[in-house]
Design a protein around this ligand. Structure first.
Ligand code: GLV
Length: 320
């Protein structure tokens, strides 16, 4: 008898067909709505593999419902939605999809940086609302990118890819990471700065670190106070790394100049959230890796990871 898996969202037919060669597949058939928790709790009971997204909280309670589970394959590089230690205790492998989304997420990070610096959201709204009456010397003026300093917090794969883009834009690049990376420093001409020094120095700060207990509220009131009035903060990692209340205060008091955000404490962020009332914020709905090609690569890699673990083959993307 074939092993069984559950997929928590409707994914492409091509990948489902590929999976069906190896396993019996059951899938939540909605594309835009996450599987309700009660259904997931029921479906997880007998399956050998779970193919899930970052919208599912795979916590201790859910893992305890599973009787046969051997692998949880997350279609994302981040896995803060999964209790990986508890899964390990239960002998369940957790896998993710790094690498395939690096360049695409770096593209979005840099897009947000540019959009915030040059006020693209505001400018488009201004034009669409019929407010454009004449060319005007100081109309919608923003910040320069060329010649400024980018501070990268978290120099992993995506951090390095952002640094390569920044280099092409003539920026000076500084970084903070738990471990220094001398080879990358040499290759990309990066300078390591202690955390607080980076906050005081950078014109642009990109958050590219994973979300862990250690990075929760890493950027809070104290950190905003260290930043410069022209600082632009970009977060394409996870919302919880930046304290949103402190961010709102810093932006509304013009303690910093602007923010570009792809991720939020609570997703989806509600349309009446105070942050969305601010003009100096550019927002996107967690689309860092959202190119057609990359989302297909992620979906395929998540499928391959799941099958590798079930077939007891070598899998390089087990995180626990
Ligand atoms: C998306 O946020 C991911 O972690 O892949």
């Amino acid at each position: 008898m074939k092993q069984r898996i559950y997929i928590t969202r409707k994914i492409s037919n091509e990948i489902v067909e590929w999976l069906k060669q190896f396993v019996d597949v059951k899938m939540w058939m909605e594309e835009e709505t996450p599987v309700p928790r009660a259904i997931l709790q029921k479906e997880i009971r007998e399956v050998d593999g779970l193919y899930c997204l970052l919208t599912e909280q795979v916590d201790r309670e859910l893992i305890n419902q599973a009787n046969n589970l051997k692998v949880i394959s997350n279609m994302a590089v981040g896995y803060n939605n999964i209790d990986i230690e508890y899964a390990a205790k239960k002998g369940i492998a957790v896998t993710n999809t790094p690498g395939v989304l690096t360049e695409t997420t770096a593209d979005l990070t840099f897009s947000l940086l540019m959009a915030t610096a040059r006020r693209l959201g505001e400018a488009e709204q201004f034009l669409r609302e019929g407010k454009w009456t004449t060319w005007s010397p100081m109309l919608l003026t923003g910040q320069d990118i060329y010649g400024t300093t980018l501070g990268i917090i978290g120099l992993g794969r995506i951090g390095e890819a952002v640094a390569r883009r920044a280099k092409g834009f003539g920026m000076k690049i500084i970084y903070y990471n738990r471990n220094r990376k001398p080879n990358v420093e040499r290759e990309l001409n990066l300078t390591y700065y202690p955390f607080e020094e980076l906050l005081k120095t950078a014109d642009y700060i990109c958050i590219l670190t994973p979300f862990t207990d250690e990075t929760k509220n890493l950027i809070d009131e104290r950190e905003f106070k260290l930043m410069k009035p022209n600082t632009i903060l970009i977060n394409t990692s996870r919302g919880g790394i930046v304290n949103e209340e402190a961010l709102y205060k810093a932006l509304s008091k013009n303690q910093i100049w602007g923010a570009g955000l792809d991720v939020f404490d609570e997703e989806p962020i509600s349309a009446d959230h105070p942050l969305l009332s601010l003009k100096n914020v550019v927002v996107t709905p967690h689309i860092g890796s959202a190119s057609i090609q990359t989302r297909m690569r992620m979906a395929k890699l998540a499928a391959e990871n799941l099958i590798s673990v079930l077939q007891k083959k070598q899998c390089s993307f087990i995180v626990n």
